[in-house]
Design a protein around this ligand. Structure first.
Ligand SMILES: *Cc1c(COP(=O)(O)O)cnc(C)c1O
Length: 434
């Protein structure tokens, strides 16, 4: 392909982008976010929302409100703040439930993701001498690997024996849905807990949560999902799909800020039960009696039963601002736009020279979310550096993986068209010098 063809392509993609943006019902949300600028003062194109989302403008005001109430009210702020701190975390509940397709009593915002993986495993990894395996994806996110291995050890099992990993077939890069279900049917009697990411953090492969949950439950396994790359990215129906629990972080697609608080889903069937082991703290105690400071733990009848401490209000304030935007836009509209943007990016990748990139993310729209993962043999770091110098932020996993997420709340189609121009420039003859 030569430079002339590229400029024709650039023009036709730009035109298509213009048409999309002109009727995009979510277009106005773009202005609600702050973005870094290049040394030339141009706002960057941010395609790393799967890693850390941009800052919503309203975050500053939301945090300022808490700071002012603290300054003006001191300890009285617990009850007298404009949004009293004692119930502040409940401001997230309904919107979180809508975000993940759950009932309000099934969700709680608390802690950070890996902490919540551990807390959920305390309750739902209950190994016996016959059934003690944990089924995870091969190459799961490192923190998840460390968490499950340390949980197995905590219960006296050798992780090398207790952790069972799903691997793609030889020569393939993602898992086949049928192979996951076959593994569960074959080995289920030995598996205590199935814990999969969704989407997979590296390949962006989406799993069929309902089918996996059914298969796991049919074998008597507990089933949980790490939705670090699913929450605020996929249209989720956690209650109907029926996993026992799910956990996620809110700082990726949900823009809650660095180290922002995570989310937890516990299915209704496990609420209000006293026979579930749980690490307890005072904020999980029945709130009507919390301040009587009685010696015996009476759990909240909701997912709040897993809360430990009085929550960090400043971090919640940041999340509240971002959550309001997501809730107003709604996941159906967001996922619809994301699917279009993701496909638009996919089509542009197909204009690159043969062999330049391989898309590892499944091609079928229902088997992926917003993010596309590319393998760029020999040139990944160079490409990411080139894009960065030209004002586009993507994410590099050495040695050869590049992840790009055109998240729908603050990405316009013209941003993706511009990225396409840069990608084609990188591989065009004049681009060789970069
Ligand atoms: C981002 C991510 C984490 C990070 O965990 P923290 O406890 O929030 O630092 C863990 N697991 C997965 C799958 C992730 O994508």
């Amino acid at each position: 392909m030569n430079a002339t063809n590229y400029s024709l392509l650039d023009a036709s993609f730009a035109e298509e982008a213009q048409r999309f943006d002109a009727t995009d019902p979510l277009a106005a949300y773009r202005a609600e976010f702050l973005r870094p600028v290049t040394p030339e003062g141009k706002p960057i194109l941010h395609f790393a929302g799967h890693s850390l989302g941009l800052q919503p403008r309203q975050v500053r005001e939301s945090i300022q409100e808490v700071l002012d109430d603290w300054a003006n009210l001191g300890v009285e702020g617990h009850f007298a703040a404009r949004r009293p701190w004692v119930t502040y975390h409940e401001l997230m509940t309904d919107a979180t439930a809508r975000l993940v397709g759950a009932k309000p009593e099934e969700v709680v915002v608390m802690n950070t993701l890996t902490v919540n993986v551990h807390l959920m495993m305390v309750s739902f990894y209950r190994p016996t001498s016959k059934r003690f395996r944990i089924l995870i994806e091969g190459g799961a996110f490192p923190s998840d690997q460390y968490a499950v291995a340390s949980q197995a050890q905590f219960h006296g099992f050798d992780p090398a024996v207790a952790i069972q990993e799903l691997r793609p077939r030889l020569g393939e890069t993602t898992l086949r849905d049928a192979d996951i279900l076959d593994t569960i049917a074959r080995d289920g009697e030995h598996i205590a807990l199935i814990l999969l990411g969704n989407c997979n953090y590296l390949t962006g492969q989406r799993f069929d949560m309902a089918a996996i949950t059914r298969a796991g439950h049919a074998q008597g396994c507990f089933v949980g999902f790490d939705l670090a790359h699913g929450a605020a990215n996929l249209l989720l129906n956690l209650h109907d799909d029926g996993p026992d629990f799910a956990v996620w972080c809110n700082y990726k697609y949900l823009n809650a800020g660095p180290g922002g608080l995570g989310g937890v889903f516990v299915h209704e069937r496990h609420l209000n039960r006293t026979d579930i082991p749980r690490f307890a703290g005072w904020w999980g105690h029945d709130k009507t009696a919390r301040f009587q400071m009685g010696p015996e733990f009476q759990p909240m009848p909701t997912a709040d039963a897993w809360l430990l401490s009085n929550p960090p209000i400043l971090a919640l304030a940041a999340l509240r601002a971002s959550m309001a935007l997501f809730d107003a836009a709604g996941m159906p509209a967001l996922t619809k736009k994301a699917a279009w943007l993701s496909d638009f990016l996919y089509r542009q990748l197909q204009t690159l020279p043969d062999g330049a990139v391989t898309v590892l993310t499944p091609a079928e729209p229902n088997r992926r979310g917003t993010m596309l993962t590319l393998r760029v043999p020999g040139k990944a770091a160079e490409l990411v550096g080139f894009l960065q110098r030209h004002g586009a932020e993507v994410d590099l996993r050495r040695p050869d993986i590049v992840r790009i997420a055109p998240v729908p709340l603050y990405t316009a189609a013209r941003d993706v068209a511009e990225l396409g121009v840069l990608l084609r420039a990188f591989w065009s003859e004049d681009g060789e010098s970069h």
